[in-house]
Design a protein around this ligand. Sequence first.
Ligand code: SF4
Length: 184
Amino acid sequence: MKALFDSKSERHEVKVVVSGCLMGERVRYDGGHKLHALLTTKVAALVTLVSVCPEAELGLGIPRETVHLLQHQGRVRMRGTETGIDHTQAMRDWAEMRVKELIEDGAAGFVLKAGSPSCGLVVAIASGTESEEPQTTVGLFAAEIGKNYPQVPLIDEMNLNDDAQRDEFLESVFAYARAQREGA
Ligand code: SF4
């Protein structure tokens, strides 16, 4: 990887936000985690990781009811899979506030849990709602990043496993951080 930062300490000043469950934190709906060892070893050796769990921070609890995304009257909604409780607006409002806070605090990239209704970059819309065709969308937390900060690099842990995609992501992170530092 190209040396975009001169020193080890400079690289460590670069912050990357990570879905908390990938850091090994027990924040999933069932109280479990999805530790991604490559993150906590190779990636953590290069940058400072900042853990965030949108569903836990929103206050849905641990453990909690699972949520899914579905289409309702042409719009994507986040609802509890059993109770149908609608978390859409609460999650959107919280995500807008939290993403802004993270970016202002120097976040230069995000590594997000694949497939999650909150964190996923590509998420299946639950079937049997308004269309029989399989459809996908973006998780509500991830969507707020893409909407308001489209220049900030994003990747999910599946693509992070690929050496070329991981290097490209990290180069983009360092380039973004450097541009922010230089006031570009
Ligand atoms: S995928 Fe996102 S919302 Fe779900 S447990 Fe992991 S960090 Fe929390």
